[in-house]
Design a protein around this ligand. Structure first.
Ligand code: 5RP
Length: 241
């Protein structure tokens, strides 16, 4: 793992923006998102994730000085925004391997393993990430954690398996809570699993993926990000595997 700073770090101040940071988390998300533009190459297809940080990335794409072929979207929400920005939305099946995937995270550790799915798009996000050569995670500094699990782990579940999967997750020490009034783009449910302290993320991802009825576990550890662009009050920190 290597770590670079685009600006020298300084102690974080307290002030506006909540969570004790001297800059709002939205401004830090925007910084990270705009820094991801440097990885976008001319006339290529980009995989685009979902969420408020990614929305800043889509807005920044519009200001690129050169054309891109289009984007593969990870959700209906992202598709709408891409279309509103007149960026062609392409089907992954026709696009082939993607050179680049850009997405946010709910939590990320220093090994660039992530919890994702706060927006409920985890399954398509995981497919797009798997189909991409480079995965750039963009996030504000509040997302960086030592151990994954304080953020409830989203798990996408086939509706008929909801209760069975819930019992299985309880046996494994989690506290699954059904996400109210939410259906994924794939017609499934989300269980948000509390009470986790995930010391072996890749192992847990593999084990839970094997429970019948689970479509996707929102742990991205078997395929972590390649680069993390972390927006901070002092600039953008780049962490590479
Ligand atoms: C959506 C996701 C998002 O990347 C994650 O929820 C972070 O969102 P935001 O950028 O709004 O903080 O996984 O399914």
């Amino acid at each position: 793992m290597s770590l670079e700073n685009s600006q020298l770090p300084s102690p974080l101040g307290r002030g506006v923006g909540g969570k004790g940071y001297k800059m709002s988390s939205d401004a830090m998300k925007k910084r990270a998102a705009e820094a991801a533009l440097q990885y976008v190459e001319e006339n290529t297809v980009i995989g685009v994730g979902t969420g408020s940080t990614v929305n800043y990335f889509i807005d920044a794409l519009v200001r690129l000085k050169y054309p891109i072929e289009g984007a593969v979207s990870s959700s209906s929400m992202t598709t709408e925004r891409l279309k509103a920005c007149r960026i062609p939305v392409l089907d992954l099946n026709g696009a082939g391997p993607l050179p680049l995937y850009v997405d946010g995270a709910d939590e990320v550790d220093r090994h660039l393993r992530m919890i994702k799915g706060g927006g409920g798009a985890l399954t398509r996000e995981k497919i797009a990430a798997a189909a991409s050569e480079k995965f750039i995670c963009i996030a504000d500094q509040s997302k960086l954690v030592d151990v994954l699990g304080a953020f409830p782990l989203p798990v996408e579940v086939i509706p008929m398996a909801r209760s069975y999967v819930g019992r299985e997750l309880l046996k494994r020490g989690g506290q699954p809570v059904l996400r109210e009034n939410f259906i994924t783009d794939n017609g499934n449910l989300i269980l948000d699993v509390y009470n986790l302290h995930i010391l072996e993320p890749a192992q847990l991802e593999a084990e839970w993926n094997n429970i019948p009825g689970i479509v996707t576990v929102g742990l991205f550890a078997q395929r972590p990000a390649d680069v993390l662009l972390l927006g901070t009050a002092d600039g953008v920190q780049t962490i590479r595997l």
